[in-house]
Design a protein around this ligand. Sequence first.
Ligand SMILES: *Cc1c(COP(=O)(O)O)cnc(C)c1O
Length: 436
Amino acid sequence: MENFNIENYKLELEKRAYSAWNISPKLVEEALHVEKDLAASFARIESNKIFNQLKVLKAMQKYKFAETDFAATTGYGYNDSGREKIEKIYAEVFGAEKALVRLSISAGTQAIAVALYACLRPGDEMLAAFGKPYDTLDSVIGIGDDSAADAGSLKDFGVSYRQVELTADGKPDIPAILANINDKTKLVHLQRSRGYQRRNAFTISELEPVIRAIKKYKPEVIVFVDNCYGEFTEIMEPTQVGADLIAGSLIKNPGGSLAPSGGYVAGRGDLVEKAQCRLTAPGIGGEVGPSLGYNRNIIQGFYFAPHVVAECLKGLEFSALWFSRHNVISQPEALGIRSDIVQLLEFNDAESLIKFCQSIQAASPIDSHFKPVPWAMPGYDADVIMACGAFVQGSSLELSADGPIKAPYTAYMQGGVVYENVKLAALLATQELQNT
Ligand SMILES: *Cc1c(COP(=O)(O)O)cnc(C)c1O
């Protein structure tokens, strides 16, 4: 080992590996410099990962997860020990009293809807404190034009809605939030991730003062946080800084890319019990729900989730710094604190955006031989291009990218469970863009 130079070894090996995609040695060398400049950021991500990983492991041991808990239940699914332990483990890790973790929740939107309908009753008002919630919630709340008036939206059930915008610099407007809380306000909705807004995710330390201010002003109001994309990006979840209820999707962060479907709601015990009744029926609540043999995927995914989310964060940090050095505006910028797994990249023109998405697809483990093209997706005012070569359909914990073909030509890049794969996608995209 005396004359062994690790830097050279690394460089030569990577040049060889990336040459399979005809990536130029120059780009490979440049990428190694970018990684050096990200050392502090990567070290921070690794530290959080260790903390979260051990937290999950400890919870699994505390509830004595056993091989027999993998056994499938069918039909009603009474006494499904694996399902029951999974819910206790989620609650423990998220610092919640209770959790509802179910395969039968098939989208983040459904998990959020279950939580909202669990809490709100006719005559109540819901206040969205960070501007308009994620697009798919329009029809749940009963706003926007494509929500059928009698489809059973919250509005249809007599729940009114109010919304407070963020400040001009994209921060929570606490005085305005408090001013919009009235006698009818039953629940305040906060969204951690950026969703499709042009703001960064709110970190736990940004969420905390908002939650505390609301609870101080009106203690009985329920603070709900849409936690989609946020889990394990930091060392705490919103339930650990005062949120009453959170919800999210298992084909995002907490499923660790192994959960084939599913969603969760976690928080105060009485509210989670209402969510159980809303998902199944009053009287049966959380007692039913066959796991059909998927307990293993769900708990193994949760076990892997801290690790996988760290890979995502590193991939996005790399992409942010890499693309900012190649004339692409990235938001958030590298070297900051991330609280979700979304990266915006703003390209100069439509062609570059399309090439970027096609490179993401070409770098994917699944469907790499397909070429995505922009199409007129229902509900969008411009053609949209989508790239996702994932093991689980639509999983945005896995590397994916999409963007509407209109100025400012922004790609929403998400996830990436294997860092090397994200790095390949970034290099491939840059190589493609340089070749034109
Ligand atoms: C993904 C997401 C949702 C909705 O989840 P689906 O699984 O797409 O229904 C809601 N809110 C945020 C912030 C999300 O990222």
